[in-house]
Ligand binder design. Structure first.
Ligand code: IVH
Length: 671
């Protein structure tokens, strides 16, 4: 073989291997290699293609990272109308749906494929001889927009088909581009940190990301896709049912709806709907119902469609988690970091069994975006355990006459200067001695995972701050029993207990102290890494921001939080005073040789009784181990708590040892 031939063969091999792992990871959710290993393969291919650009193929995994800039979106006429779906809200309406079909096919028995109705963006994709060539949005159903470049960046979409569909010359499939809720929340956090406005919901985030002019931006967005319809195939595909079609999708590498199910009759389909409604908040994606589709394609053919929707499918909606109510008042809360967070007091309404009288408004930008004012009628939503939020303002003629809401220029608690730091969405009170901040910070300082001071509850903290007995953390340790006993509703005995709890907390160590100080971005895990790295506050105080940023697992954001904290004289003084009253400023570090979990990879699933996720992760990392999010053959242990998720099944399938909580405790405490 010539050298170039060898390189070409190597490139093809790498592409094949990467596609295989994409398929395992995204379609089967059963990865066999670690993320690092995957990145290594990917970078190898990238390097090779950089050296030999003539070998780049359009379907290479590297090409989905975008880069091309589409001037505008060209119109695409769909091969057939992209219809919408008829809706049903009740079981009765679903039975009517079947009755309508029975009038056309009186002797038929129907089985159904049920799929979650994912809240995203409908798209139509064309593959030619197995190669992805075009992707378009639904648009008005007849004409959509050409978003091929952007669709190419979606990681779980194969750019080349395999299996049964690869052999068909022309294939058009339709499906939904969407964002997982967790990915959406992370995206919003990242956007907000960068000073940009976040999206209102995963659907908007998916739509906004897909309709970017610059596909490099789309490539950075965590988009996902599922396919649920074969709209055209030339020559015709040999499938008799929708279920067979979905199976062929899977075999061809096309991701299908998570949780799609074949139901033998309407009752089974209704049971599926009930089950999904119950699990709705745990599904990980936004959905407002399930789609019932007649399975047999010949029956579909006979049933046909109206001008709006097919007669053989229907969306069976879940009970609404939304309700209309009126905003009585917009109030501002002051948090531990001085963040001023607006929320709305609303006329109490019941949503899915809970009475709601307050909703979050997130920040001033959100209020401006929604244009909500006191007295306005609004649509609010309660999803899962998330705090209820305002979805939109309901238009009403009085709205314009109401004064626009403005963030106060002064902190509602201490009257300090309120301002919006450059590049941030959040308003802050700049008075570090603001009682509201002090209260929140003191509660955090004494919380179980920080200095763990029992009996230091809200009622006590409020009095300590209001009576100016405590102005900073160090004051806490100067409190005498008599002073504590003078607080309302605190008998001598409780005062003594509290005194002892405070004094007893002095030995907690540097990790908990750092976490307790409430430094921006320094969570439990970062605190542990810092304490392990430096061993003492003295050494940490000497460290530069660059040094801190270079610690594995820390990064620039935490380092700058640390830097800003240490740059303030008052903070250094409090630390000094804490040291003076005997608060321990050191941590026992684990020497490299004692890092008995070094090189071991863990995955956590389910709820542990004695540890939070963060704590478990901290223990593992402290001993040199690593925690990753997905199970592969390379995973050393899966730690399974109560109600473990699919990762437990993955472990079983891959033969990865599973530790229960007791075994995990033993593993980390032996050391
Ligand atoms: S089938 C002809 N299946 O819901 C049938 N649609 O209101 C076409 N959607 O525009 C749609 N999940 O964007 C179908 N599993 C699913 C779906 C789904 C979400 C969206 C789709 C469609 C809209 C219909």
């Amino acid at each position: 073989m010539t050298d170039l031939k060898k390189v070409r063969a190597k490139g093809e091999e790498l592409r094949r291997v990467i596609r295989h792992h994409d398929y395992l990871y995204y379609v089967l959710a059963r990865p066999e290699i670690s993320d690092t290993e995957y990145d290594r393969l990917f970078n190898k291919l990238k390097q090779l293609e950089e050296q030999h650009p003539e070998l780049i193929t359009p379907d290479s995994p590297t090409q989905r990272v975008g880069g091309e800039v589409a001037e505008r979106f060209a119109p695409v006429e769909h091969s057939s109308r992209m219809l919408s779906l008829d809706n049903a809200a009740t079981e009765e309406e679903i039975r009517e749906f079947e009755a309508r079909m029975k009038r056309i096919l009186p002797d038929a028995a129907f089985n159904y494929v049920c799929e979650p109705k994912i809240d995203g963006l409908g798209v139509a994709l064309v593959y030619q001889s197995g190669q992805f060539v075009r992707g378009a949005t639904r648009g008005d159903g007849r004409v959509g927009e050409d978003v091929t470049h952007n669709i190419r960046t979606i990681r779980n979409l194969p750019k080349a088909l395999r299996g049964p569909l690869a052999r068909i010359e022309h294939v058009e499939v339709r499906g939904e581009v969407f964002m997982w809720k967790a990915a959406f929340q992370k995206l919003n956090r990242d956007l907000e940190e960068a000073g940009e406005a976040g999206f209102a919901n995963p659907r908007n985030a998916a739509a906004g990301s897909l309709r970017q002019k610059d596909s490099r931006i789309t490539a950075k967005r965590p988009l996902d896709i599922v396919l649920y319809q074969l709209a055209a195939a030339t020559p015709a595909a040999p499938f008799a049912t929708h279920w067979e079609t979905l199976e062929a999708f899977s075999k061809s590498g096309l991701p299908v709806s998570p949780g799609a199910r074949l139901c033998s009759d309407l009752d089974v389909a209704i049971a599926y709907h009930r089950e999904m409604e119950k699990r709705r908040d745990k599904l990980g994606y936004e959905t407002d119902g399930v789609v019932l589709k007649v399975n047999r394609l010949d029956q579909r053919q006979t049933l046909g469609m109206t001008t709006h929707h097919p007669r053989w499918a229907i969306a069976f909606k879940f009970k609404s988690q939304q309700a209309q109510t009126r905003i009585q008042r917009i109030v501002i809360n002051v948090g531990r970091t001085g963040a001023l967070t607006p929320s709305a007091e609303v006329d109490p309404v019941e949503i899915a069994g809970a009475t709601i009288s307050r909703t979050t408004l997130h920040n001033a930008d959100e209020i401006a975006r929604l244009d909500v004012r006191e007295g306005d009628l609004v649509l609010i939503e309660r999803a899962g355990d998330v705090i209820p939020h305002v979805v939109e303002r309901v238009p009403d003629p009085e709205h314009e006459s109401r004064p626009r809401f403005e963030m106060p220029a002064r902190c509602p608690v201490c009257n300090g200067h309120a301002y919006r730091p450059e590049g941030e969405v959040v308003w802050r009170c700049d008075n570090a001695a603001c009682p509201a901040q002090l209260k929140e910070r003191l509660l955090h300082f004494g919380s179980r995972r920080a200095m763990d001071i029992e009996h230091l509850g809200e009622a006590v903290v409020n009095q300590l701050i209001d009576r100016e007995l405590v102005k900073d953390f160090a004051d806490l340790y100067h409190l005498e029993v008599e002073a504590l006993a003078s607080l309302e509703r605190l008998a001598q005995k409780s005062a003594t207990n509290l005194y002892e709890a405070i004094q007893g907390s002095r030995g907690r160590g540097l990790t908990r102290l750092l976490f307790g100080l409430g430094i921006r971005y320094v969570g439990e895990h970062a605190a542990m890494l810092l304490a392990q790295q430096y061993g003492s506050m003295e050494k940490l105080l000497e460290a530069t921001e660059e040094e801190i940023a270079a610690i594995y697992g820390i990064g620039p954001r935490i380092a700058s939080g640390m830097g800003q904290f240490l740059a303030q004289k008052e903070n250094r003084r409090v630390i000094e005073r804490l040291g003076a009253v005997g608060v321990r400023m050191t941590e026992e570090t684990v020497a490299v040789g004692e890092k008995v979990l070094a090189g071991k990879t863990f995955v956590l699933t389910g709820a542990l009784e004695n540890f939070s996720r963060d704590e478990a992760r901290t223990f593992i990392t402290r001993l040199g181990g690593r925690v990753t999010s997905s199970v592969s053959k390379k995973t050393d242990y899966v730690v399974a708590g109560k109600d473990p998720g699919s990762k437990y099944d993955d472990a079983q399938r891959l033969g990865v040892p599973v530790l229960d909580e007791a075994a995990f405790k033993e593993l980390i405490s032996e050391k």
